[in-house]
Structure formats: structure tokens, C-alpha cells
Design a protein around this ligand. Structure first.
Ligand SMILES: Nc1ncnc2c1ncn2[C@@H]1O[C@H](COP(=O)(O)OP(=O)(O)O)[C@@H](O)[C@H]1O
Ligand SMILES: [Mg+2]
Length: 214
């Protein structure tokens, strides 16, 4: 089983957006059993799943906030985990235990970038990450222009050897997709091709050995 976790201590940066879109991608592009575990009490990922049309590729929802992973389908090939905000300390250590790949979405504001730098530092300190049993990457989310604002974060992440793997624009397509229980890869291509293009380095990374611990 492949486990991909989307996490950041900060709320509103796109954790649920990324988790649902990754789940949608693997469910529709791979003939694989996909599960989406939601640890967040806000349950945005499970709400998205409830909107998913029954004729679309099935994604198994796991109410991890209530039951942990005890109800996880044993045949799962891809487990996508939507982690709650404010994960720090021992709670963060517990969360990271479930993951082999971690994605940290970051918004283009100085406050979010500063917070993300601290969060990534804390994350790299967790034993499992320190031992390189987890691979970590950052995704710049809701970018309106090719902003210089990330430059400082990129420099910082470079010293930590954490890649910024993709840059996603701010677009209504994510809101449209969410409200229909779909991922960006499941929208009509004439509408979502710029986003599918932006997702390419992310899905390539997820599909390659580079995103898996050695
Ligand atoms: N790339 C994007 N473009 C437009 N809206 C976005 C994008 N990413 C996230 N959003 C919106 O921002 C809000 C917060 O995103 P969400 O995924 O719920 O964050 P989190 O799970 O980290 O709290 C939601 O309303 C979501 O639809
Ligand atoms: Mg969320």
C-alpha cells in the first residue's frame, strides 16, 4: 500500500483540496483501490466524497478522526490522508507514523510562508522523517502570478533538501471540482488542462521512486 499524507499545521492552505484531488487522480487514472482517510474534525474530504457521483471510480472514505485507520479497506493500493491543522509535537509524530510520502501545501503570503518554514523544520525533526523513512515535498498553492514571494522559502527549503514539487494557480476549477465530488483530472479537459499541466510534476513525483523512502 502506498500512503500519501497532506499536512500543514496551518489551516486553509489547501490540504483537503490536494488530498481530494490526489485521491481523484489515482482512482480515475489508475485501476487501483483508493482510500481517502480524513483525520480532520471538519471532515472536508469526507464531505467531498459524499458529493461524488456513484458512476465515478470508487474512493473508499475513512473517518479517521473517529476511528483512526481501523476501518481501512485491506485491499487499498493508494491511501491518501487528509491531516488536521494544528498538528504539532507528539500528535505530529503520531500522524507521520502513517505516511511514507508527505506533501505540505503552502499559500503565497509572508505569514503562511513563515509558518510553513517552521512547520517543515519541525517535521524534519520527527524521528521517522529524520531517519529518511518518509519523503517530504512542498506544493505552492493558490498562486496568482509567478511570485517572487516563494524565493525565500525555496532558498530555505533548498538548505533542508526539501523540493517545491509543483505550483498550482488560484482558480475556480478547484471549487467547481470540489462541489461536484471530482478531482481536477476528472473535469472536462478544455476547462482544466492548465491545471492538469500544473499537476504533472506532482503526479510524476508521486508515481516515481523519488517520493518513496529508500
Ligand atoms: N488552488 C486553489 N484555487 C482556488 N481555491 C483554492 C485553491 N486551493 C484551495 N482553495 C480554496 O481555499 C479554501 C481552503 O482550502 P482547503 O483545501 O479547505 O484547506 P485546508 O484543508 O488546508 O484547510 C477552500 O475554500 C478551497 O476551495
Ligand atoms: Mg481541510
Amino acid at each position: 500500500m502506498r500512503t500519501i499524507m497532506v499536512i500543514n499545521a496551518k489551516g486553509g492552505c489547501g490540504k483537503s483540496t490536494l488530498a481530494t484531488n490526489i485521491a481523484g487522480y489515482f482512482a480515475s487514472n489508475w485501476d487501483a483501490v483508493t482510500s481517502l482517510a480524513d483525520y480532520d474534525p471538519q471532515a472536508s474530504s469526507l464531505d467531498w466524497l459524499a458529493r461524488r457521483p456513484p458512476e465515478r471510480d470508487k474512493i473508499h472514505g475513512v473517518d479517521a478522526h473517529k476511528h483512526g485507520l481501523t476501518h481501512l479497506d485491506r485491499n487499498t493500493d493508494f491511501l491518501i490522508i487528509d491531516a488536521p491543522a494544528r498538528s504539532h509535537g507528539s500528535e505530529l509524530t503520531q500522524m507521520v507514523r502513517h505516511a511514507e510520502t508527505i506533501i505540505v501545501p503552502v499559500l503565497p503570503s509572508p505569514i503562511d510562508i513563515g509558518a510553513a518554514a517552521k512547520f517543515v523544520t519541525e517535521l524534519l525533526d520527527v524521528g521517522k522523517v529524520e531517519r529518511r523513512e518518509v519523503k517530504v515535498a512542498v506544493v505552492a498553492n493558490r498562486v496568482r502570478e509567478n511570485l517572487l514571494i516563494y524565493e525565500e522559502l525555496e532558498k530555505f527549503l533548498d538548505t533542508l533538501k526539501v523540493p517545491v514539487i509543483a505550483t498550482l494557480r488560484d482558480t475556480q476549477n478547484y471549487i467547481r471540482a470540489y462541489s461536484r465530488g471530482l478531482g481536477i483530472h476528472e473535469l472536462a479537459e478544455y476547462l482544466s488542462w492548465p491545471d492538469q499541466e500544473q499537476w504533472e510534476p506532482l503526479v510524476e513525483w508521486l508515481e516515481s521512486r523519488r517520493s518513496r523512502p529508500t
